[in-house]
Design a protein around this ligand. Structure first.
Ligand SMILES: *[C@@H]1O[C@H](CO)[C@@H](O)[C@H](O)[C@H]1NC(C)=O
Ligand SMILES: *[C@@H]1O[C@H](CO)[C@@H](O)[C@H](O)[C@H]1NC(C)=O
Ligand SMILES: *[C@@H]1O[C@H](CO)[C@@H](O)[C@H](O)[C@H]1NC(C)=O
Length: 596
């Protein structure tokens, strides 16, 4: 087969050979040798030709160009040519590696005054590529919901000292056992249990109990500095979508531990940049001992009528000096003080967009030139009030849950059928010797094997809706790529989790934090934007847990390219042709569990 392919390539160029083509031909032959070398060591190459034989030859010229691109991509990795087959594995120091947050490197290039803790991807850009591998004693996380209450010690980075000294409300609620950390949301023994706390907040905003949060219009909560997520876990059980957000932490990371428990979380800093959410995103922002200087940073993302809940011992001890500037400030941004009990304070954002321009002395004014869809992707903080002229300025207490756009329904319908296909594919059987087709009968995937899902190109959140419709116990991080159509407001308005992200950069999360990554149309979109697909797949490998799944749906050229790279990063990969007469293909991959 190898010889036949080489002959074919050279025939393509044979008679009229300018020098550049000669070079391309040599590169191409080289890539084919590598590919067919791989095919002899495993049967994988034969399987794809099985699925896409006619296209492979029909689109040969295009494939050849991609092979050249791939080759150039790969040489840009710091690999010796002899190493082309597989990407190097990182050292132990990168077991918990998150790019863009190298504080010492940030200091070196001159960031200071706290900005060194912010996300600076341009600083990490030159770092060598390698595959992040799990710690030596890494164990597969327990499946949901057991995994919510117990995680393996060695899967996360935390020191005993940190564990003992942790002071915040929810951090106190954990115990370290032999090789597990267990979380007790409420065992009745602790007077400051999370349930009591949530109940107290409900009462303070005038509700009978915390099961009534929905009555006050609260569906989504941003929990800034979430401890280890126990408050969020409780709110999730009340069907409130609660996303934990905390700064990058070298050890004892709140975000890493929350995600390990199967709770929504993302790294985010409140220093000098806007968060990657549009304005008017959350119904409640909660901050327990989170140590941020809160102000209009919070106002922008809070919906009209939404609540800001602040809990902290530092507030009451310093009350004399703190209270008056706080009061002054909330008046300027039209918040109303609702209640205080012990160390918990609650304010409510105005529902009256006119309030800001009503001439309160020193009031912060609405932002000028506000664009409805303006993308808040780590923009500098603005000292003005956002969202006041938005169509989405609707008090949380009386919003309708109707979504108007037709595209939304199309997205949902196609996602639902796609999800059913994926689900039938996501079984270890597909990687056995008997290639499987969508719709074939076979045993159901193991119960709750997937919990943390990321939809990397979420459109209207159709995949998320489909998961809910199918009754799967998952949550979805809906990612809307920057420069794509900004559908994030529609996603957040459905009460889902979501962020904006530039996929030419690493995602703000820890390694091994997602069980499944899905992307429909992202590869071809990014190729048109000149982003490196190799870097994208390496990044996906970093954030995917061992034995986690990747499902990419795209046109055949992009899929073939991704498939080649997938082999280089040691994923098991299969291309599925749905045989519906289009050049759409699905690439299903599984990351291996490699121990060092
Ligand atoms: C962080 O940056 C420093 C200085 O550039 C470098 O020596 C170090 O290896 C980097 N750390 C990681 C984990 O990449
Ligand atoms: C919200 O609902 C109340 C009563 O249900 C109504 O009076 C008010 O006009 C509504 N506000 C908006 C902005 O729709
Ligand atoms: C074929 O399947 C792909 C992937 O699910 C889908 O996007 C496309 O719309 C389908 N085409 C037809 C004609 O059914």
């Amino acid at each position: 087969m190898r010889r036949r392919l080489i002959k074919k390539v050279c025939l393509l160029f044979g008679p009229r050979l300018p020098r550049i083509w000669l070079v391309l031909c040599v590169v191409c032959v080289f890539v084919i040798i590598v590919l067919s070398g791989l095919s002899s060591s495993s049967s994988s190459f034969d399987d794809i030709t099985l699925a896409v034989k006619s296209d492979t030859y029909g689109n040969y010229r295009r494939l050849k160009e991609q092979a050249v691109n791939d080759y150039l991509d790969l040489t840009s990795l710091s690999l010796g040519v002899g190493n082309l087959k597989e990407v190097r594995i990182c050292g132990k120091e990168r077991e918990h590696y998150v790019p863009c947050y190298n504080v010492s490197a940030n200091l070196l290039v001159g960031y200071k005054n706290g900005e060194e803790f912010d996300r600076h991807c341009e600083v990490s850009k030159g770092e060598a590529y390698c595959l992040v591998r799990p710690p030596k004693d890494y164990k597969m996380p327990l499946s949901w919901p057991v995994g919510r209450d117990a995680i393996w010690n060695e899967n996360v980075k935390i020191t005993k000292d940190q564990f003992l000294s942790s002071g915040s409300l929810t951090k106190r609620l954990m115990l370290m056992e032999e090789n597990q950390i267990s979380f007790h949301s409420d065992d009745g023994l602790m007077f400051d249990g999370v349930k009591d706390y949530s109940h107290q907040i409900a009462e303070m905003i005038g509700l009978g109990s915390d099961v009534e949060f929905h009555h006050a219009g609260v569906r989504t909560v941003l929990d800034i500095g979430c401890g280890f997520g126990s408050f969020g876990a409780h709110l999730l059980s009340l069907k409130l979508m609660t996303v934990c957000m905390a700064a990058y932490e070298l050890t004892g990371s709140q975000v890493q531990i929350s995600l390990e428990r199967g709770l929504p979380a993302v790294i985010g800093n409140f220093n000098s940049r806007q968060l990657p959410f549009p304005s008017l995103s959350y119904d409640m922002v909660h901050c327990a001992e989170c140590g941020i200087l809160w102000d209009d940073k919070v106002d922008r993302i809070l919906r009209p009528g939404g609540y800001f809940v602040l809990h902290g011992s530092s507030l009451s001890t310093k009350k004399g000096s703190m209270a008056s500037p706080v009061e002054e400030f909330v008046r300027k941004i039209c918040w109303t003080f609702i209640a205080q009990q012990e160390e918990t304070y609650i304010w409510q954002k105005t529902i009256d967009a006119q309030c800001y321009s009503s001439g309160v002395q020193g009031a912060i004014l609405p932002c000028r030139e506000e664009r409805e869809d303006s993308q808040s992707y780590y923009q500098p903080l603005a000292s003005c009030v956002g969202g006041t002229t938005s169509k989405r300025w609707v008090p949380i207490q009386n919003r309708s849950s109707r979504i108007q756009q037709d595209e939304f329904y199309d997205d949902f319908e196609s996602s639902l059928s796609a999800l059913r296909n994926y689900w039938s594919l996501l079984t270890p059987l597909i990687f056995s010797d008997h290639p499987k087709r969508p719709g074939d009968e076979d045993p159901l995937p193991p119960y709750n094997m997937i919990r943390n899902v990321m939809d990397m190109n979420a459109h209207y959140g159709g995949l998320n809706t489909a998961f809910l419709e199918e009754g799967k116990a998952v949550w979805v991080m809906n990612v809307v790529p920057v420069r794509a159509r900004n559908t994030l407001p529609v996603i957040l308005d459905q009460g889902f989790a979501g962020v904006l992200h530039d996929w030419c950069e690493p995602f703000p999360t820890y390694p091994r934090t997602y069980d499944m990554l899905h992307a429909n149309g992202l590869l071809s979109y990014l190729m048109s934007k000149q982003c490196s697909i190799t870097n994208l797949l390496l990044e996906m490998d970093r954030i995917l847990r061992p034995e986690g799944w990747v499902v990419l749906s795209d046109e055949v050229g992009s899929i073939e390219k991704a498939r080649m790279i997938a082999t280089q990063i040691r994923w098991e990969a299969r291309v599925i042709d749905l045989e519906n007469g289009t050049d759409q293909r699905i690439l299903v991959c599984q990351k291996p569990f490699v121990r060092k």
